[in-house]
Design a binder for this molecule. Structure first.
Ligand code: ADP
Length: 168
């Protein structure tokens, strides 16, 4: 049975096969969840990310989980919200789909996502939640290994938005 679930918590504590990082296009760390993941994973993550030379918005790259309880970290720069007519919705869907594709290629059964782009990148929360849930559901229909996707929401407002999207 393939499932999507929503929990409130800190993604750096989640022992999934892969956790996703809402990165920026440099992949060299930043604030928010990106900073938290880099702090918890340790400096070896920075060295591993440096080798990629950045990553375009909506694409994804994979590293070891280093000091995290997760086996892998998948780094994806979500779109910055510029009003909605700059391809933001498609780019956000790409971030989820490309992250899941990598997780599946690496044989991951469980994957945890933060709420990509709804922090500093200002993507409207309810729209982001709908896009995330729709894209994850579409992906799960044809996934070979991924069976359980968890949205790890840092605050109750975010958790409610994703739970509403899952319930629809
Ligand atoms: P973006 O730049 O993609 O908007 P942010 O890190 O600013 O990324 O925010 C994305 C979401 O991640 C926000 O809901 C923020 O509250 C949340 N967040 C921040 N720290 C963590 C964490 N340790 N675990 C899970 N989510 C987190």
């Amino acid at each position: 049975m393939k499932t999507i679930q929503v929990v409130q918590g800190d993604i750096t504590t989640i022992a999934a096969d892969a956790v996703v990082n809402a990165a920026n296009t440099t992949l060299m760390g930043g604030g928010g969840v990106d900073g938290a993941i880099h702090r918890a994973a340790g400096p070896a993550l920075y060295a591993a990310c440096e080798k990629f030379g950045g990553c375009p918005t909506g694409e994804a790259r994979i590293t070891s989980g280093f000091n995290l309880p997760a086996k892998y970290i998948i780094h994806t720069p979500g779109p910055i919200w510029h009003g909605g007519d700059h391809g933001e919705e498609q780019l956000l869907a790409n971030s989820y789909r490309n992250s899941l594709t990598l997780a599946d290629e690496y044989g991951c059964r469980t994957v945890a996502f933060p709420s990509i782009s709804t922090g500093v990148y200002s993507f409207p929360l309810d729209r982001a939640a709908q896009i995330a849930v729709r894209t994850i559901r579409e992906f799960l229909r044809s996934a070979s290994h991924v069976e359980e996707v968890t949205m790890v929401c840092f605050d109750p407002t975010t958790a409610r938005a994703y739970q509403a999207a899952v319930n629809n």
